[in-house]
Design a protein around this ligand. Structure first.
Ligand code: SIN
Length: 179
């Protein structure tokens, strides 16, 4: 039987995988939290006005839900080369244990942006995150749309992420604020 490579997506890979894959299933990684702490200058922002996109940060008691894609081993090198190019703005591949619903843990590759990468922005007060995101847009679209699509994809999985939901509410408030 031919082997497969598993890829775990927790950000844009959730709603727009755009790579060739077989089955996919909801799954989570343990010991991580999803945070809008990574700058984006090539997808949802520009070098002059970076947007904010998600990365995984260590959080021993938390788990992050996403989607686990199975890629047949023969196609894996091409898929990974494509994803390396897409995630080149600070992300690196990491192998992590993932748990799919109703299945035992397996190893998957995921893209994580570490604090040492040049686009790292780190934490900021919620209103500041929202203001930066509300103002940013890049070649892939507005930064606001990234947050909205992520929230929707997670709701469709039945796994709401409080950090994403709080940001969504703060973003809605920026629309209502007088200009
Ligand atoms: C991912 O989706 O898993 C990585 C981060 C992103 O591209 O938004």
């Amino acid at each position: 039987m031919q082997g497969e490579t598993l890829i775990f997506g927790y950000g844009s890979l959730l709603w727009r995988p755009a790579f060739s894959h077989g089955s996919s299933a909801p799954g989570y990684v343990k010991g991580w939290a999803r945070r809008f702490w990574q700058g984006s200058t090539d997808h949802r922002g520009t070098p002059a006005a970076p947007g904010r996109v998600v990365t995984l940060v260590p959080a021993p008691r938390e788990r992050v839900w996403g989607r686990v894609y199975a890629v047949c081993s023969a196609e894996a090198p091409a898929v990974l080369a494509q994803l390396d190019a897409r995630e080149q703005d600070g992300y690196a591949r990491l192998e992590v244990p993932v748990v799919r619903r109703g299945a035992v843990a397996a190893l998957a590759l995921t893209y994580v942006a570490a604090p040492t990468n040049p686009r790292w922005l780190g934490d900021a007060p919620l209103e500041q995150l929202a203001a930066q995101i509300a103002a940013a847009r890049g070649p892939s679209g507005t930064n606001r749309e990234y947050v909205e699509r992520l929230a929707l994809a997670l709701r469709e999985l039945g796994e709401v992420d409080p950090h994403v939901e709080r940001l969504l509410s703060a973003l809605a408030a920026t629309e209502q604020a007088p200009r």
